[in-house]
Design a protein around this ligand. Structure first.
Ligand code: IMP
Length: 193
């Protein structure tokens, strides 16, 4: 079967591909469609944004399975920011390193040190008949004192999963794929495919 993914984030795509690889699913991404332009992320929740992405791609791939994904990091001591603004926390074109630096700085500015955080992932999937399925995953942990490690993407260098002492970017792809918010949601999807 073919599954179209509504993302241009290479880090997410890499993880989704590697988790679906053995399942004989042909994974395609919106980047293969030169005429497709993704919608603005105007939703006020992960689910709303995942739905916007999935709906836009479903409109041009009506007969296929289509997956929209929205994810981000909620930090307790920052009133759950950056949340749905995770990709653009330090500005509209911010790099992951800039986002990480801003988040560490914001936590340093706090008088109390509340570094508990969680990654959240919501997937909205449309099947070929147009039925909507919603899946989600959460990975609890805390924000490290400084960025460490080189694997993964986004906030991985500053996120220490619960029960670990190293960041996701130090722990590597195999461990991340076992426990991540994204892999939890994908396993739910696999159970209905
Ligand atoms: P969006 O879902 O495309 O709006 O962007 C999600 C943003 O959240 C990414 O650009 C990352 O900054 C962050 N994010 C989501 N999932 C992960 C993850 O697994 N590791 C690190 N950062 C993530």
């Amino acid at each position: 079967m073919e599954l179209w993914i509504a993302t241009s984030n290479e880090g997410k795509l890499r993880e989704i591909r590697s988790l679906l690889m053995e399942k004989n699913i042909q994974v395609h991404a919106q980047g293969e469609l030169s005429y497709f332009s993704p919608p603005p992320e105007t939703g006020t929740s992960f689910e709303a944004n995942a739905r916007l992405k999935a709906k836009a791609l479903k409109a041009v791939k009506p007969d296929c399975w289509v997956l929209g994904e929205d994810s981000g990091l909620e930090v307790e001591g920052l009133s759950k920011m950056p949340g749905i603004h995770s990709a653009r926390y330090a500005g509209p074109k911010a790099s992951a390193a800039e986002n990480n630096a801003k988040l560490l700085k914001m936590l340093d500015l706090r008088s109390f040190n509340q570094r508990a955080a969680k990654f959240i992932c919501v997937m909205v999937v449309y099947d070929p008949a147009g039925k909507e399925h919603v899946f989600s995953g959460t990975l609890p942990g805390e924000i490290a004192k400084k960025a460490q490690g080189t694997t993964g993407f986004g906030y991985d260098p500053i996120f220490i999963p619960e029960g670990e002492t190293k960041t996701l970017a130090e722990l590597g792809a195999a461990l991340k794929n076992k426990i991540s918010h994204r892999s939890q949601a994908l396993r739910q999807l696999l159970s209905v495919l």
